[in-house]
Ligand binder design. Structure first.
Ligand SMILES: [Zn+2]
Length: 160
């Protein structure tokens, strides 16, 4: 591997070993920046990725480590299941919606359109203020909870 590989660079910059497992997990999440995965979903996704098989313990430990150093964003969904995704680089508050009925979690950037920009600006200001006060390793999460349009109108059979 060359030292100019962006994933290797990220791992090194965060004091992590550049193992093939770390490359695999971080690479996958960076390639799917808009999707959040549970441990199980991630293991399933990576298993289909013809690379060597990752055992559960290694994967869990790796995810914890990547989250600790701020490379992954961890959220707990409405089922109290932890979901992970690559830390958004440019968007400090990735607004998302958690449906209390079908438990789907989706980005709100499209639905909010112009106000998503305002949210991001407000988030950026808040983060800069905190940084100036000496806070470190900041990230922000913006979640809206409720019932999605499909569930509210009963337009899919996914609704209970
Ligand atoms: Zn729903």
């Amino acid at each position: 591997m060359t030292s100019s590989d962006p994933i290797d660079t990220l791992l090194s910059a965060h004091g992590l070993r550049r193992t093939s497992a770390a490359r695999l997990v971080l690479g996958w999440l960076l390639a799917h920046p808009d999707t959040s995965y549970t441990h199980a979903q991630l293991q399933l996704a990576l298993a289909g990725d013809d690379a060597q098989e990752l055992d559960r313990v290694t994967l869990y430990r790796l995810i914890d480590r990547l989250t600790q150093v701020g490379l992954l964003l961890c959220r707990v969904d409405s089922n109290r299941v932890r979901r992970y995704q690559a830390m958004p680089v440019s968007v400090h508050a990735a607004p998302h919606f958690e449906c209390q009925s079908c438990h789907r979690d989706r980005s709100l950037a499209g639905a909010l359109q112009a106000s998503a920009g305002d949210l991001d600006k407000a988030a950026q200001t808040a983060l800069e203020t905190l940084k100036a006060l000496g806070y470190q390793g900041l990230s922000m999460d913006f979640a809206v909870r409720g019932v999605c349009v499909e569930c509210a109108t009963g337009s899919t059979d996914a609704a209970p």
